[in-house]
Design a binder for this molecule. Structure first.
Ligand code: SF4
Ligand code: SF4
Length: 442
């Protein structure tokens, strides 16, 4: 009987981590559905970007209030969870406060964790008020209705509960230490939970042990559950922000990638000495892509799919988007959310069909993202600039437009006119090239 809690703890740990590993495998499989893209360049620049943007949160502080509070929650949550290591070891070995032998270092750590836990609670409450009472505009856009809104609040509630459990556990522990209860070593400092202790005054040792153990179990089970909740939530960004900022675009923002096959075609057209039949027919055939641009998630590259899973749904992109600000249907945040939703749908389809995707008559274009949204984009890059985790919604818009133009000849009439003019007149206007300088004489 003595080892029952240890065995139960080991089972909970194995199940929690097992599900997490399963989710990571699914995530990786879905991201790999994207096309390959070479991101082996500029390694030192990429490491710097990751350190500055993901670890240093440099783009978060562009909006100082939200940025500062986000840093508290981020640092607090990560650092407090260092204690999880002690909890896991205690759970497996049947010990209590295993690291207490560190003495004053331990006391300092527990004290700092408590201060951070308190700051996290304050920040979480402020975040909740911004979302639900003040109702900041970027949190009440149409794409945030339903699950995204619930998810945003759920994360706040979970963090609140986890931090409260941590402080409650410490308050009960501290009381038990004062009572000299067996197993409860004198260790730790409790600058915040000391204010909870009066609520526990007069309780018997057995009641205090019940409270301390309940808070301890709920705290660790809550962390394991939260770990598995990440896959279904925008909170996945706490893990993916790091690879995403590493693989993010390092070229200047306005630089678009060229389709290699189109570049080759143009080179042939521009070179009078070129022999279009010089290349072997097999090689030429292999170089022809199956499809120009993207109509579904499998046509995007894997970095774009990683972007979709990393999106925090913060809406900073949408709040800077000139199309959205002027009442157009386009929201770059929705582009990323739609991409993730469709990717998830494809993943579930594969799960249900032994790992093979069975065509479901749907695609990202039209079923998720409308043409109206795509053509509303001014390609200004404001969304890319605003994103705190280096996501590039514009690249997806461009790929989908490429599909519309090159596969379906479905550009809006104004664009078709302009492209015909460029083709015929070398300029976007419907005038003969010979007349281009007529304005000089007017
Ligand atoms: S690039 Fe397009 S989607 Fe992004 S902010 Fe500009 S208009 Fe909006
Ligand atoms: S794309 Fe970036 S800025 Fe836009 S909602 Fe997602 S994380 Fe926020």
């Amino acid at each position: 009987m003595e080892y029952v809690p240890n065995i139960l703890f080991a089972i909970a740990l194995v199940v929690g981590i097992g599900f997490f590993v399963r989710n990571v495998k699914k995530l990786s499989r879905n991201i790999k559905l994207g096309k390959n893209v070479d991101v082996s360049d500029n390694k030192s620049q990429r490491w710097r970007n990751m350190a500055r943007i993901a670890l240093g949160q440099s783009k978060m502080v562009v909006r100082p209030v939200a940025g500062f509070m986000h840093i508290i929650v981020y640092v607090g949550f990560i650092i407090i969870n260092i204690e999880v290591l002690e909890i896991i070891l205690d759970g497996l070995l049947g010990t209590h406060r295993l690291f207490a032998s560190l003495g004053s270092v331990y006391n300092f750590l527990i004290g700092s964790f408590e201060v951070l836990a308190f700051l996290v609670i304050v920040a979480v409450v402020v975040f909740w008020i911004r979302r639900n009472i003040i109702r900041l505009k970027r949190f009440i856009k149409p794409e945030m209705e339903g699950w995204p809104k619930k998810d945003g609040n759920m994360i706040l509630y979970i963090e609140l509960v986890l931090m409260t459990l941590f402080l409650t556990m410490n308050a009960a522990d501290s009381q038990l230490q004062q009572l000299g209860a067996e197993h409860y070593v004198q260790a730790g400092s409790f600058p915040i939970s000391q204010f909870i202790m009066p609520l526990l005054d007069g309780l018997s040792a057995s009641t205090l042990i019940f409270i301390e153990r309940t808070a301890w179990w709920l705290h660790i089970l809550g962390i394991l559950a939260f770990l598995n909740y990440l896959y279904y939530s925008k909170h996945l960004h706490i893990l993916l922000a790091f690879p995403n900022t590493y693989y993010g675009k390092v070229k200047p923002k306005g630089a678009l990638n060229n389709l290699e096959s189109v570049t080759n075609e143009v080179k042939l057209m521009m070179d009078p000495n070129a022999d279009p039949f010089a290349a072997s027919p097999e090689g030429a055939e292999a170089a022809v892509p199956e499809k120009f641009g993207a109509s579904d998630v499998m046509d995007l590259n894997w970095v774009q799919l990683l972007n979709a899973y990393t999106c925090t749904e913060c809406g900073r992109c949408t709040s800077e988007c000139p199309a959205n600000l002027t009442g157009k249907k386009l929201s770059p945040r929705k582009i990323m959310m739609d991409t993730r939703d469709r990717l998830e749908e494809v993943g579930k389809n594969m799960d249900a069909n032994k790992g093979e995707f069975v065509p479901d008559g749907k695609q990202l274009l039209d079923d998720y993202i409308s043409r109206e949204e795509l053509w509303a984009c001014t390609t200004c890059n404001a969304c890319v600039q605003a994103c705190p985790v280096s996501i590039d919604p514009l690249s997806i818009i461009i790929e989908m437009r490429r599909f519309l133009v090159m596969e379906q000849s479905a550009a809006p009439m104004e664009l078709n006119n302009m492209m015909s003019n460029i083709e015929n007149n070398g300029a976007p206007w419907p005038y003969n090239q010979m007349d281009r300088l007529n304005w000089v004489n007017e």
